[in-house]
Design a protein around this ligand. Structure first.
Ligand code: SAM
Length: 247
């Protein structure tokens, strides 16, 4: 049917493309790509010859109008991002909104997504979660964002850059204490996939001890309703204080 197809592509393992995604990418009139070179690699791998057109953060609004005009004329257009589900911490949402506003059918073609993949294998309760996309890069804003997280609000899911993860874990530790449980999911579906699950203080130590942290990362944590007081004194100091008080 004519319309806009939002097509998920793999986040690592190329086997994670769906049969439907392949059929749609083969049969549409063109594929709107976040980065045509990136998508061309995928298309070459699967022998797909459909023409591509680029759209990205900076031209998504203008490109959306062009594509909406083509769609109005009866075209079938697929939208893909560099990896995973378009529109999720990626462009694609504006094109979908423009198509909907123009009365054009929009079809999701679901598939890989880093946040959901991390969540289901995190070991955290999956009933309720909030996806935040990327945390602010600047320390002050990041701390503010962390402090604003709800207690007892389910799992909080973040995308994070590898060169910032140690600093972010330090911020989590400063805000919620070293024993706050966190999950770091790295390189999902890829050769070096890794899950680190445990107290934030420990995980920060493990990652800080590495020469460098590479790859793509999802960070997950759930804050319990019980107010956490961040310990500023050592246990030994506290024991000494109690002993002293007891005389
Ligand atoms: N649209 C994508 C999706 O559906 O997940 C997300 C795109 S966003 C620009 C890229 C970020 O997603 C990365 O910086 C990382 O935080 C996360 N991500 C993407 N692929 C990943 C993977 N294989 N393993 C862990 N995190 C990943």
């Amino acid at each position: 049917a004519p319309g806009l197809y939002l097509v998920a592509t793999p986040i690592g393992n190329l086997e994670d493309i769906t049969l439907r995604a392949l059929r749609v990418l083969r049969s549409v009139d063109r594929i709107a790509c976040e980065d045509t070179r990136q998508t061309q690699k995928l298309l070459n791998h699967f022998g797909i010859k459909t023409p591509t057109v680029s759209y990205h953060m900076h031209n998504e609004a203008s490109r959306s109008e062009e594509l909406a005009a083509e769609l109005a004329a009866g075209a079938r257009i697929a939208v893909v991002s560099d990896a995973g589900t378009p529109g999720i911490a990626d462009p694609g949402g504006q094109i979908a909104a423009a198509a909907i506003a123009a009365g054009i059918a929009v079809f999701p073609v679901p598939g890989a997504n880093a946040a959901i993949s991390a969540l289901i294998a995190s070991g955290l309760p999956t009933e309720r979660f909030t996806f935040h996309g990327f945390l602010p890069a600047k320390e002050g804003a990041r701390k503010t964002a962390l402090e604003a997280l709800p207690r007892d609000g389910g799992v909080q899911v973040f995308y994070e850059a590898p060169h910032r993860i140690v600093d972010t874990l330090a911020d989590v530790e400063a805000s919620f204490g070293a024993t706050q449980h966190v999950v770091v999911a790295r390189e999902l579906t890829k050769l070096h996939e890794e899950f680190l699950r445990g107290p934030v203080g420990e995980l920060r130590g493990i990652l800080a001890a590495r020469a460098s942290v590479r790859g793509e990362i999802v960070l997950l944590l759930a804050l319990s309703a019980a107010e956490t007081t961040v310990r500023t004194t050592s246990i030994a100091e506290e024991v000494a204080a109690v002993r002293k008080a007891e005389g």
